[in-house]
Design a protein around this ligand. Structure first.
Ligand code: ZN
Length: 141
């Protein structure tokens, strides 16, 4: 067996290279909340804040920005998002070598789940380690 794993056994969390949280908003109504949440995140967590996408991009069916983060950040960051997402929907997904499964089958939704366009998601990709954080936290979560 490659990787020391039984083919019928559970998957290992070692498959997870990093995580994304996609913060969705409506440019006409909830962008200010998305801006506030983004500022709060940047002040509290060592993560990588992605660009604003005010129009739909890739598999995402609503405006959003991405937050990329390392495995070690998950236990503080994801519960914090549960308490602070407000009216916004957040998709938290692992990054393994199968983006389609990561987004469609294995994610956590915080707030109402939204549509994700499967046809835009490949079934194979390279492992994606978390990029270098671009935030400078000044507060504890
Ligand atoms: Zn993603």
């Amino acid at each position: 067996m490659t990787g020391g794993q039984d083919a019928d056994g559970p998957r290992s969390t070692g498959e997870i290279a990093s995580y994304h949280a996609h913060i969705y908003y409506d440019p006409a109504t909830t962008r200010p909340e998305a801006e506030r949440l983004r500022n709060w995140i940047g002040e509290r967590f060592s993560v990588t804040l992605g660009r604003w996408h005010d129009v739909k991009v890739g598999p995402h069916d609503q405006a959003m920005y991405q937050v990329a983060f390392a495995r070690e950040i998950f236990p503080e960051f994801v519960p914090w998002l549960m308490l602070n997402h407000g009216r916004l929907s957040v998709l938290v997904h692992p990054n393994t070598t199968n983006p389609r499964r990561d987004h469609l089958d294995d994610p956590i939704w915080i707030g109402p789940a939204l549509a994700v366009r499967a046809e835009k998601l490949p079934e194979h990709a390279e492992m994606e380690p978390a990029p270098a954080p671009n935030t400078h936290p000044v507060h504890r979560p």
